[in-house]
Design a binder for this molecule. Structure first.
Ligand SMILES: CC(C)(COP(=O)(O)OP(=O)(O)OC[C@H]1O[C@@H](n2cnc3c(N)ncnc32)[C@H](O)[C@@H]1OP(=O)(O)O)[C@@H](O)C(=O)NCCC(=O)NCCS
Length: 120
């Protein structure tokens, strides 16, 4: 028998409504997040970040895949302001029907929403 395999735990994605973001954890450790604001039936994704220690392992892809699936299941439209989410969507046409374009109105609303909220 070879050495015991170390138990590998798949990274877990969870939505935190109060923080308006989905987080991905590797074991106990927070590895990254994708942040959004909800407005008018749309979920506007504006920033995705994976901690340096965890980049290049497909975690952003896993995180965004699950966040977009959850958004679609909740009946909301996806708006990809975040360049990483936009890039992801170009390679995942299965979400096309659920995506709205990033308009000037969306950008204006988002800027106000982000600046109005203390702590952002
Ligand atoms: C961008 C970022 C989230 C990627 O995380 P990651 O877990 O390493 O990503 P994955 O391993 O799932 O995917 C890597 C892909 O991300 C792409 N990527 C890296 N930086 C990117 C950026 N700024 N915008 C869009 N795509 C980016 C890579 O080109 C690679 O694409 P490929 O699969 O076609 O080669 C991470 O590097 C990060 O937090 N960067 C700093 C913050 C940032 O620039 N966020 C994106 C704009 S909101």
């Amino acid at each position: 028998m070879g050495p015991l395999m170390t138990e590998s735990t798949a990274p877990v994605v969870e939505r935190f409504q109060d923080k308006c973001r989905y987080e991905i954890r590797s074991g106990e450790e927070l590895a990254g997040f994708t942040a959004y604001r909800d407005h008018d039936g749309q979920r506007i994704f504006y920033h995705t970040e994976i901690d340096d220690t965890y980049t290049g392992q497909g975690l952003a892809s896993r995180l965004v895949q699950q966040a977009l699936t959850d958004t679609r299941e909740s009946g909301k439209r996806i708006v990809p302001v975040c360049p990483y989410v936009a890039k992801f969507l170009r390679r995942h046409v299965e979400f096309d029907e659920n995506v709205d374009p990033v308009t000037a109105d969306v950008r204006r609303w988002l800027n106000c929403a982000l600046h109005d909220r203390a702590g952002n």
